[in-house]
Design a protein around this ligand. Structure first.
Ligand SMILES: [Zn+2]
Length: 133
């Protein structure tokens, strides 16, 4: 089995409504997403796939939905104020944790026919969450 891993960097704001600590307040992260693609056999270029193809696919998604965006649960009471102030946000069915964002990126790659096996999102230098299948 062969695996390649590509890292992509981006920023977002969020808050976790039901969190008991400081994460319930508006704050932001500058994150690294590490995307792993696995194949049993290499292609005719002796690669799993081209790093730049993974980068393009992830960055298209990240730039459209996540980067410099405000990620909120759909029931967050701050949403009307953001709409009133013409601010960009993305309302999710789930709380906007690193776990949920990992799965969103994973699903986009899977739908784009990459043999993605794991997306790990580093929210700080010492804390990451991942989704894998
Ligand atoms: Zn946070």
């Amino acid at each position: 089995m062969f695996t390649i891993t590509k890292e992509v960097y981006f920023c977002y704001g969020h808050r976790l409504m039901n969190h008991g600590g400081k994460c319930r307040h508006l704050h932001g992260h500058s994150v690294k997403a590490a995307i792993s693609i696995t194949r049993e056999n290499l292609n005719n270029q002796s690669m799993v796939c081209d790093f730049s193809d993974v980068k393009e696919c992830v960055e298209n998604y990240v730039n459209s939905y996540l980067d410099h965006n405000f990620l909120l649960h759909k029931d967050d009471p701050i949403i009307p104020a953001l709409i009133q102030n013409n601010e960009r946000f993305l309302a999710l069915d789930e709380h906007p944790t690193a776990e949920v964002l990992s799965k969103m990126i994973f699903n986009h790659l899977k739908e784009s026919d990459f043999h993605v096996t794991k997306v790990e999102l580093w929210e700080t230098a010492s804390a990451s969450a991942s989704y894998s299948e």
